[in-house]
Design a protein around this ligand. Structure first.
Ligand code: ADP
Length: 525
């Protein structure tokens, strides 16, 4: 065992021998805190070597002086008040105060003062211990500065990532858009294969961008969560419905065993779905052909665990923690199964951001159970939902005019090519926000497709102006933007947008919007 090594005392304190008083005096002398005694008037009566070192006055200078010696003249009133309170029986312990040394420098100290009385209780004065806090204060301010710098850096990182995501998504929009346009025509087998590769790689890149951005958002605490009581059986049924086609394609049978799920958990509904979808799609991807995939719930330590169980190959013990490391795919990258290696790491962070946890139990060659654990919640009171009426308009294809407000010509070219598939649709381009507003007023299009990044004014303002003008307020506005943050989406929808499409645009979604106009008249608005 290591021994403490004691350095020799440079103050050469006297050996503590003799009477108890002499021993106590020795303790005061070698104390590393300043120990000072005062008479009832506040005149210094003793001054130890630590006080000499801390304040720069020798004992011969300090003894006999008023304790105000250590304060600025403006603070001396306060000393009078403190002495009066001490005389009334008050004591002070570990008070952070500032005193002044001989050279006029500030000395932050922690001050304790206690009364000194003789054996019959007559007041003799006060004892004060002043602990030097200079080093502590320096450390605290260094820590605060480091924390502030880290916050600035983290903010800058988030802004950078969000910019980068936008910059990457915009050209990707063009790549994916035109690849989809090519697919709309019959292609030679080789060409079709090439387009397939472009689309696959483009979507993979898109997933990577989204997931990296999501992870960084959760990490920096900038993820806006809307926590509410969420019905587990509802969400479980929804997500299993969503993966069923994927499972069926591999002959995997799905089961929503929701008997134990008849309760609510405290969660962000969308994020919970995202986590469960990720676990379920892994349960399909890493399952065997013809296997099983099941979602169920159990109570666990007063909380609810949602379990996703597959019949895949399972995970070796040394892989159980690596699963949650970003980009670690445990070798799946060599098996042809698509993935980014980010899903589980993001899912765990999301579960934790919702105050929950995510874990796994697995048996090699039998399968794995991934679980999300969340706090149980009371269901919210039922709300009256607005039921938008759908007009019984006939499906006749009348001419439609779409105003597309977008400054990026490449994006514009993609949309134009898509709409070329619908000859009854005429596209009116506007490369700037103000021009868009004018054209909207003049031509009263059936639909406005609005990009949010415009050179002359923010798209959100264009939307506001359109909705605020009686001539255009009724025209449905579909916003298309590369910014897919949930906060942004809900703000734009609340501002009156009929729909929010994220770029890169999904061509079928876009065509769906246009065909929707024919089906339901103006029910988009
Ligand atoms: P991805 O699926 O995109 O590779 P994830 O973060 O979702 O990324 O998963 C990380 C790795 O964990 C996967 O590559 C796979 O090797 C392994 N894994 C995930 N889910 C399962 C599962 N249900 N069964 C077996 N292995 C799994």
């Amino acid at each position: 065992m290591q021994q403490d090594t004691l350095a020799e005392d440079p103050t050469k304190a006297p050996a503590a021998t003799g009477s108890p008083e002499a021993q106590l005096a020795a303790l005061v002398t070698c104390n590393s805190d300043a120990v000072v005694s005062l008479d009832v008037q506040g005149v210094i009566t003793s001054w130890n070597p630590a006080a000499e070192r801390l304040f720069g006055y020798g004992a011969d200078e300090a003894v006999g002086q008023d304790i105000g010696l250590l304060s600025r003249p403006s603070d001396r009133d306060r000393i009078g008040t403190a002495l009066r309170r001490l005389a009334e029986g008050a004591t002070f312990a570990d008070q952070p105060v500032v005193r002044w040394d001989r050279d006029g420098n500030e000395v932050p100290v922690s001050l304790s003062v206690f009364p000194l009385q003789d054996t019959d209780g007559t007041a003799l004065g006060y004892g004060a211990v002043l602990r030097d806090m200079t080093e502590r204060r320096r450390t605290v301010s260094a820590l605060e500065a480091a924390k502030a710098a880290a916050e600035v850096a983290s903010n800058e990182k988030s802004v950078f990532l969000s910019r980068m995501s936008h910059e990457l998504r915009t050209p990707l929009n063009v790549v994916l858009g035109f690849a989809q346009v090519l697919q709309l025509d019959p292609l030679e087998a080789e060409q079709a294969e090439a387009v397939d590769h472009i689309l696959k790689a483009g979507r993979h890149l898109l997933n990577l961008i989204d997931e990296v951005l999501n992870i960084s958002r959760v990490e920096s605490g900038r993820l806006a969560l809307s926590m509410e009581p969420v019905s587990v059986s509802e969400v479980a049924a929804e997500v299993i419905d969503l993966v069923r086609p994927l499972a069926r394609a591999r002959g995997i049978s799905t089961l929503a065993d929701t008997a134990g799920c008849a309760c609510h958990v405290h969660a962000d509904r969308q994020r919970l779905k995202q986590v469960l979808l990720n676990l379920l799609s892994n349960g399909v991807k890493y399952n065997r052909e013809g296997g099983t995939l099941r979602i169920a719930c159990v109570e666990h330590a007063g909380r609810l665990r949602i379990l996703v169980t597959d019949s895949g190959a399972g995970i070796p013990v040394d892989g159980l923690e690596r699963l949650f490391q970003p980009f670690d795919r445990l070798g799946a990258e060599f098996t042809g199964v698509e993935g980014t290696g980010l899903g589980l790491s993001l899912s765990r962070r999301l579960a934790e951001a919702m105050g929950g946890a995510l874990g796994v139990e697995s048996r090699l060659n039998h399968g794995s159970t991934f679980w999300v654990e969340l706090a149980a919640a009371q269901p919210a009171l039922p709300r009256e939902e607005d039921q938008p009426g759908r007009g019984p308009e006939s499906g006749a294809r009348r001419r439609r005019r779409v105003l597309y407000i977008e400054d990026n010509l490449a994006n514009f070219a993609v949309v134009e090519r898509v709409f070329a598939r619908r000859p009854h649709v005429e596209v009116l381009p506007a490369l700037q926000g103000r021009l868009g507003l004018e054209l909207a007023r003049q031509h009263r299009p059936d639909l406005i497709l609005l990009d949010l990044h415009l050179p002359d004014m923010p798209g959100a303002e264009v939307l506001q102006a359109l909705k605020g003008d009686g001539a255009t307020a009724h025209i449905p506005v579909v916003v298309a933007s590369a910014d897919a943050t949930p906060g942004q989406v809900s703000r734009i929808l609340a501002a009156g947008a009929a729909q929010y499409l994220t770029k890169p645009l999904d061509i079928h979604e876009l065509l769906g919007v246009i065909d929707g106009l024919d089906d339901t008249g103006e029910s988009l608005s």
